[in-house]
Design a protein around this ligand. Structure first.
Ligand SMILES: NC(=O)c1ccc[n+]([C@@H]2O[C@H](COP(=O)([O-])OP(=O)(O)OC[C@H]3O[C@@H](n4cnc5c(N)ncnc54)[C@H](OP(=O)(O)O)[C@@H]3O)[C@@H](O)[C@H]2O)c1
Length: 339
């Protein structure tokens, strides 16, 4: 068994990691950290885990050596602490944005100056559909952002097939759920303000644009809305390209994802859910992708659960690859219908 420790275990993605670890056939839970909930039981914060663990939160300064370390902390923590954290574990999977960008200048532009820029080269971007071979040898994995995961997986087949390139105009519209903002409340997340909104909160740019442009090579024009959903990301990409036929798109998407265990092409003529829909993938590690085409435009869709394929699920998928386990170990849930 591999011992897995979670830093930031009282947060939303931390809680999802705990759910996956306690259900994983090869992982056993090590420490779970929280400064504000130190000594409290994990189930007092994550009631869904009642009966599955009797662990209590410990302070992150009391971190002990472990096999696999997941860090589910806000941006800025691992950027500073990663050298120390890596001394405690053979494999680290970071869910924050602190090691996703290759170029330190990207941190100056989108985040803060990076205190450990030399370590950026050592981190593998944790999207298995793009970097499976690199993840196999990785000791530091930077799980992708939730909006970025949905957007990259929607666009990747278009780029790989050459249907869309960096000369084309791409507009990316992302709808994000409330859990994507984490467990800390603010005025905008207060129920009275958040309920029933369709609120543009990043109208002309978003930090995840940096990862999306890095991984697709495209120049994307991105807008993000906060919407009425607890879990889920829906991404819609519009590329203004002429003369593309539907059969080319089928070839591109089947070619990219035909053998992928966690990406499904969702496009059909009949049924209620003819295209990707976040509630269909809720609780699962799937990214559903779909597309449509007209004379002068290709539209690509995708849906993920931000706390699964958009963070904790993909982090476990990457850890499974790095540790040589079955890629889908602990990730078998197919979702529910109706929800
Ligand atoms: N939410 C999502 O859907 C999502 C998706 C993809 C990626 N991410 C990324 O994943 C990370 C975690 O997100 P989240 O939504 O789970 O956040 P969250 O709900 O706010 O949880 C943050 C966790 O980190 C701990 N923490 C905060 N500051 C810390 C510090 N200085 N030192 C040690 N621990 C600290 C918190 O506990 P204490 O303060 O009690 O220590 C808490 O357990 C973020 O970087 C986020 O951008 C989130």
């Amino acid at each position: 068994m591999t011992e897995a420790t979670v830093i930031g275990g009282s947060g939303y993605t931390g809680g999802e990691l705990l759910r996956l670890i306690v259900g994983h056939p090869q992982l056993e839970l090590g420490q779970v950290t929280s400064r504000s909930k130190e000594r409290r039981t994990v189930t007092s914060v994550h009631p869904n885990l009642r009966g599955a663990t009797d662990a209590r939160f410990v302070h992150p300064d009391d971190l002990e050596d472990t096999d696999l370390l997941f860090t589910a902390t806000p941006h800025g923590y691992t950027m500073e602490e990663m050298p120390r954290l890596r001394d405690h574990a053979d494999t680290v999977v970071d869910l924050s944005g602190d090691f996703r960008l290759d170029d330190p200048a990207g941190y100056d532009e989108w985040y803060d100056e990076h205190p450990n820029p030399g370590m950026l080269d050592e981190a593998v971007y944790g999207v298995p559909e793009l970097y499976r071979d690199e993840i196999r040898d990785a000791s530091l994995i930077a799980a992708a952002g939730c909006n970025a995961t949905a957007s990259i997986l929607a666009l990747h087949p278009l780029v790989e097939s050459g249907i869309v390139d960096d000369e084309d105009d791409v507009v990316l519209d992302v709808k994000a759920s409330s859990s994507a903002g984490g467990a800390s409340a603010n005025t905008a997340s207060h129920h009275a303000e958040r309920s029933r909104v369709v609120r543009p909160y990043a109208p002309t740019s978003h930090r995840h644009q940096a990862e999306i442009e890095q991984e697709t090579g495209l120049d994307v024009n991105m807008t993000v809305h906060a919407i009425e959903m607890v879990r889920g990301i829906a991404a819609t990409a519009h590329a203004l390209v002429e003369g593309v036929e539907e059969k080319e798109l089928w070839k591109a998407y089947r070619g990219a994802y035909g053998d992928e265990p966690f990406v499904r092409v969702a496009k059909s003529r009949r049924g209620v859910y003819r295209y990707p829909e976040p509630k269909v993938v809720e609780g699962t590690n799937y990214c559903d992708v779909g597309f449509e085409v007209s004379d002068d435009r290709v539209v690509a869709f995708s849906a993920v659960d931000n706390m699964m394929k958009g963070s904790a699920g993909m982090a476990v998928q990457s850890a499974n690859i790095a540790l040589g386990y079955d890629e889908g170990a602990g990730l078998g849930f197919n979702g529910m219908h109706p929800v």
